[in-house]
Design a protein around this ligand. Structure first.
Ligand code: NAD
Length: 470
C-alpha cells in the first residue's frame, strides 16, 4: 500500500479515512495518499487557526522568529529525504529538488529577519500619532504544483512572522513533501498556528469562501486568480495573487552569443519550463539570430530529459496529465500552422510518464498560440527583431506583466531597456533570481499585491493609526 501522509490540524497529524492518490509523473505510479478533505475538516482547521490567533499575535516577535528558524532547521536536517520525495511527486531532477528544499529553508530563515516597525506620523506639542502594523487574522494559503515546498513556506513564514495564523492547501498533485514537513514541525509550532489540509477541486473554493478566513494568499494561474478575487469580494477578504506570466527575454545585438546561449536555455527549461518567471518568449536581434538560435539548439541536444531520480537527468517530465495535454495541444497547433521547429516537437505517447522532448521553435509569428499563451512546459519560441523599440513593444504586448530579462554587453543599455518593460521584475544578464528582501509580484493580469520583502510582509497586516492628544 502507498504511504499515507496526514494533515496537520490543531497541532496533530490527522486523517478522515478518505484518501486521494498522488502519482509520480515520471512513471504514473501511485507513490502516496493524502486525506480528501471537505467543509468539515476545513471548518476544524479554521477554528483551530482562529483559536490560536490571539495568543500567537501576542507572542513576542523574537519567539515567532525562533519558531520559524526551527522550521528552517527541521527542513535542512531532513534535506535528503525531502528532495527525493519532492522529485517523486513533482518530477524535477534531484539537483533542482535539492535546490528547492535548501532554498526554502534558507529563504524562511532570511525572511524571519524582517520586521515592520512602528512609524511616527506626528510628534508635536498637540499629539503623538503612530502607525502600527496589526496582523489581519486567519490566512488561507493556496499553492500550485510547480514549486510546492518553496511556495508553501513563502506563505507560512510571513503569516507566522506577522502574527497571523494560517490554513494552507497544497496542490492535490504535489502535497507529499509539504505534509512530511508538517509532520516534522507539528511539535515545534504551537497548535493551530499552522494548519495544512489537502483535498480535491472543491477545497480551494471552500477556502476562498470561508467566512472566518480574513485573507487569501494565492499562487497559481490567472484564471483561478480571477475566480478567487470574485469570491473574495463577497466579504472583502484581503488578497494577494501571484499569477501566470508570459515572460519575454530581449537579446540585444551586442550580447555575447556563447555565454548567453546556455543561460537562455536554462532561463526557459529549468523545471521543464514550469516556472511562472521562466523565459517564455525570446526575442533575438536579427544580427545574431542565426548564430544564437543555432547555439541554443546545439546546447539543447546535449541535455538529458528523463526521470528526475535518474543520474544525468536535467529536464524532468511535465508535472501532471492536464498540463501535459495542454502543452501537446500547443505544439500540435504549431505543427498544424506549419511553424518551423529547431529541436523536438514529437513526444512518444507509448512510454509511461508525461515526457515532452525539449522543443524550440524558429521564429513563429507573434500571434501564434505558442507565443501569445503561457506554455508552462519545455517549449520555447525564438523570435527575430530589428529594432530595440520593436522588441520592447512586442514584449509589452501581453496581458501578463510578471518578469522579463535583457541580455547585452552594456549593462547601462540593459537597464534602459529594463525600465521600459511593464513587469514586476526584470533581470539584466541573469535570470530567475528572487530575493527574500525585495518585493516580488506581477503587473497587469500577473498578479495583485506582492510577496517577499517588507512590502510582502505588510500584506499580512493592516495599518492602525493611534493618535494620542498631549
Ligand atoms: P491552478 O490555478 O490550477 O492551481 C493553483 C492552486 O489553486 C491549486 O492548489 C488548486 O487546487 C487551487 N485551485 C484551483 N481552482 C481553485 C478555485 N476555484 N479556488 C481556489 N483554489 C483553486 O495553478 P497551477 O496549474 O497549479 O499552477 C500553474 C500556474 O501558476 C501557472 O499559470 C504559473 O504561471 C502560476 N504560478 C505563478 C507564480 C507566481 O509567483 N506568480 C508562481 C508559480 C506558479
Amino acid at each position: 500500500m502507498a504511504t499515507q501522509y496526514k494533515n496537520l490540524i490543531n497541532g496533530k497529524m490527522v486523517d478522515n479515512g478518505k484518501w486521494l492518490d498522488v502519482i509520480n509523473p515520471a512513471n504514473e505510479q501511485i507513490i502516496g495518499q493524502v486525506p480528501d478533505c471537505g467543509q468539515a475538516e476545513l471548518d476544524a482547521a479554521v477554528a483551530a487557526a482562529r483559536a490560536a490567533f490571539p495568543k500567537w499575535r501576542a507572542t513576542p516577535i523574537d519567539e515567532r522568529r525562533a519558531a520559524i528558524l526551527k522550521i528552517s532547521a527541521a527542513i535542512k536536517e531532513n534535506h535528503d529525504e525531502l528532495f527525493r520525495l519532492l522529485t517523486s511527486e513533482q518530477g524535477k531532477p534531484h539537483a533542482q529538488a535539492a535546490g528547492e528544499i535548501s532554498g526554502a529553508a534558507a529563504i524562511a530563515a532570511a525572511q524571519s529577519t524582517l520586521s515592520l516597525d512602528d512609524e511616527i506620523n506626528e510628534d508635536s506639542d498637540k499629539r503623538l500619532s503612530r502607525t502600527r502594523r496589526v496582523p489581519v487574522g486567519v490566512v488561507g494559503g493556496i499553492v500550485p504544483w510547480n514549486f510546492p515546498v518553496m511556495m508553501a513556506l513563502q506563505k507560512i513564514v510571513p503569516a507566522m512572522l506577522s502574527g497571523c495564523t494560517i490554513v494552507l492547501k497544497p496542490s492535490p498533485y504535489t502535497p507529499l513533501a509539504t505534509l512530511r514537513i508538517m509532520e516534522l514541525i507539528a511539535d515545534i509550532v504551537p497548535a493551530g498556528v499552522v494548519n495544512v489540509i489537502t483535498g480535491g477541486d472543491d477545497l480551494g473554493p471552500m477556502i476562498t469562501a470561508h467566512p472566518d478566513i480574513d485573507k487569501i494568499t494565492f499562487t497559481g494561474s490567472t484564471a483561478t486568480g480571477k475566480r478567487i478575487m470574485e469570491t473574495a469580494s463577497k466579504d472583502l477578504k484581503r488578497i494577494t495573487l501571484e499569477l501566470g506570466g508570459n515572460d519575454a527575454s530581449i537579446v540585444l545585438p551586442d550580447a555575447d552569443v556563447k555565454s548567453v546561449a546556455e543561460k537562455l536555455f536554462w532561463a526557459s527549461f529549468t523545471n521543464a519550463g514550469q516556472i511562472c518567471v521562466a523565459a517564455k518568449r525570446i526575442y533575438i536581434h536579427e544580427d545574431i539570430y542565426d548564430e544564437l538560435s543555432a547555439a541554443i539548439a546545439e546546447f539543447a541536444k546535449s541535455v538529458k530529459v528523463g526521470d528526475g531520480a535518474e543520474q544525468g537527468t536535467a529536464v524532468g517530465p511535465i508535472q501532471n496529465k492536464a498540463q501535459y495535454d495542454r502543452v501537446i495541444e500547443l505544439v500540435q497547433d504549431a505543427k498544424d500552422n506549419g511553424y518551423k521547429f529547431l529541436v523536438g516537437g514529437d513526444h512518444d505517447p507509448n512510454i509511461p510518464g508525461y515526457f515532452m522532448p525539449i522543443t524550440i521553435l524558429d521564429n513563429p509569428p507573434e500571434d501564434a498560440r505558442i507565443v501569445a499563451e503561457e506554455q508552462f512546459g519545455p517549449v520555447m519560441p525564438l523570435m527575430k527583431f530589428s529594432t530595440t523599440q520593436e522588441a520592447i513593444s512586442r514584449a509589452n504586448n501581453s496581458i501578463y506583466g510578471l518578469a522579463g530579462s535583457v541580455w547585452t554587453s552594456d549593462a547601462e543599455q540593459g537597464v534602459a531597456v529594463a525600465e521600459q518593460l511593464e513587469t514586476g521584475t526584470v533581470w539584466v544578464n541573469e535570470f530567475l533570481h528572487l530575493s527574500p528582501f525585495a518585493p516580488f509580484g506581477g503587473h497587469k493580469q500577473s498578479g495583485f499585491g506582492v510577496e517577499y520583502g517588507k512590502e510582502g510582509l505588510s500584506e499580512f497586516t493592516y495599518p492602525q493609526v493611534i493618535t494620542v492628544a498631549k
